[in-house]
Design a protein around this ligand. Sequence first.
Ligand SMILES: [Zn+2]
Length: 113
Amino acid sequence: MHELSIAWSIIDEAKKIASHNNASILQSIEVDVGQISGIDIDSLKFILRNISRDDNTIKDCIYKFNIINVTKRCSRCNNEYQVSRLSEICNICGCTDSTVISGNELRIASIEI
Ligand SMILES: [Zn+2]
């Protein structure tokens, strides 16, 4: 499952940061998840909770998720605009050609130790 490997990557990365800071307990992990990243946050939460249960470092860790909106940059006028649908056109010049510049990310935004 996609979310399972993501969950492990998040935990591994957060633990590395914790250990670099001589911390043995992680209080919380905040993750940015792009709207079109294809990640099922409910599954991810479920998996993280299950993995955390048997691990003292993250047993009581709180997971927070920030949904990152989709932003596109117009290829004609360089306007950057947020969209709710990928098919939305530039709201300044009406150009249909654009590049997605955010909305498909997955990254640790912060951790609390
Ligand atoms: Zn434009």
